[in-house]
Design a protein around this ligand. Sequence first.
Ligand code: ZN
Ligand code: FE
Length: 239
Amino acid sequence: MIEVTIIPVLKDNYAYLIRLGDGTSAVVDPGEAAPVIETLERLGLKLDYILNTHHHGDHTAGNAALKEKYGALVLAPETERGRIPAVDRGLREGEIFMLGGDAMHIIETPGHTLGALCFHFPESRVLFTGDTLFLMGCGRLFEGTPAQMYESLGKIAALPDETLIYCGHEYTVEATEFCLSIEPDNADLKRRQIEERAKEARGEPTIPATLALEKKTNVFLRARTLEEFTAYREKRNHF
Ligand code: ZN
Ligand code: FE
């Protein structure tokens, strides 16, 4: 089983510290090194693994400094490794990587970038989605097509409902506004907006959320056809 600690980095990114079952630890998407080092020192931990969901700098810029300080193994999408600093080992679709004794399933989710990955820990019911799925949102299509992203979100939607989603950015409250513009009468969405605004007011992260809640409130997961999904993604760009 894994234990996740949220580390706010940069303006609105999240890195995640994972304590693994065998006492080792990993970080997901270190957009900068200093806040990760502070968290490790506060918890009295070293760093064994660095995981990147995709090649963007706000998810990878801390790789080199953390690898140098801790000798951590850097794991990243095989198809993007040329664009990511200090990679040791590429990860591929369908692979099961034993990370400190915990099985990590690699799910390729192209759309935001072509090689984007999600990291799934089925036993712990945890999924790291990077910039593919946000709470009540989905990533911009910088490299992939709407059809690719729609299919990628379908892979996520097929996971167990109790799965906890840890995504790459804090965009949740503004995302509620967009989802309500599409589904103004969705009662779950109205209730969730109040709850997420309250967390924001208390200065708390809105992360994580269950996949079940996302399926009730995230219009990108609720789109019934590719055409509907494509229309929402296009509207979101100009919202
Ligand atoms: Zn990105
Ligand atoms: Fe990002």
